[in-house]
Design a protein around this ligand. Structure first.
Ligand SMILES: [Zn+2]
Length: 210
């Protein structure tokens, strides 16, 4: 991953650069919105990072386990989905480390990826993230799916159009666990494949936290 949060090959001779990283924030919410995402990813043999919030894990631990059981990767998106950039170190540490513990307890795995809500950050956020062995990222391709709540028609198509408009090799695509994103995903992944893109397995990303 480079400084603009794009995915670039570690060895250019071995991996294609026409790849995208798929990410889904703000879950796990409910089975009805999660399942379409997991099913579309399975259909396309794609892996994604699910950036989860602690308060949602507390409400639905079984959904967190399901994401993991389906072979998808869990990332840390803070406990309460607050603007961490406005907080001081103790609160930031609590927000990040509580999620690390929850995920470890429920899945046996400790997250390696961190995305601050609203991309709101400061030095303490970056330091605590680093101390926990987390690779910090925001995104480079925003689907704007979070902004479609008031739109009445064609929401899935809007998600696809927004992603395709910003598409570039290595794009780090931000989506959310939302109904219209679930509806759009199968078709979106088909269109990405048709353009010659493949999906980065997050397990192959170098978590080079120094
Ligand atoms: Zn979020």
């Amino acid at each position: 991953m480079n400084k603009a949060y794009n995915i670039v090959p570690i060895d250019k001779t071995k991996s294609p650069d026409k790849v995208v990283l798929l990410t889904f924030d703000d879950g796990p919410k409910e089975e009805a919105t999660l399942k379409p995402l997991l099913d579309a990813l399975d259909k396309h043999h794609a892996k994604a990072i699910f950036f989860v919030n602690g308060y949602r894990i507390k409400a639905h631990p079984e959904l967190l386990k399901e994401i993991d059981a389906r072979g998808q990767i869990i990332g840390n998106h803070s406990y309460d989905h607050i603007m961490l950039g406005k907080e001081k170190e103790p609160k930031i540490r609590d927000q990040i480390e509580r999620v690390q513990s929850q995920v470890k307890e429920l899945t046996g795995k400790t997250p390696e990826f961190f995305r601050p809500p609203f991309a709101s950050s400061n030095d303490a956020v970056r330091n605590v993230s680093k101390e926990n062995g987390l690779l910090f990222m925001t995104w480079s391709n925003g689907s704007l799916d979070w902004d479609l709540g008031k739109k009445v028609t064609n929401k899935p198509q809007a998600v696809i159009d927004n992603v395709m408009k910003q598409l570039h090799p290595g794009a780090n695509i931000l989506m959310h666990e939302l109904p219209w994103t679930g509806e759009a995903l199968d078709s979106l992944l088909t269109q990405l494949e048709a353009k010659g893109y493949s999906f980065v397995d997050p397990n192959t990303i170098e978590v080079n936290v120094k």
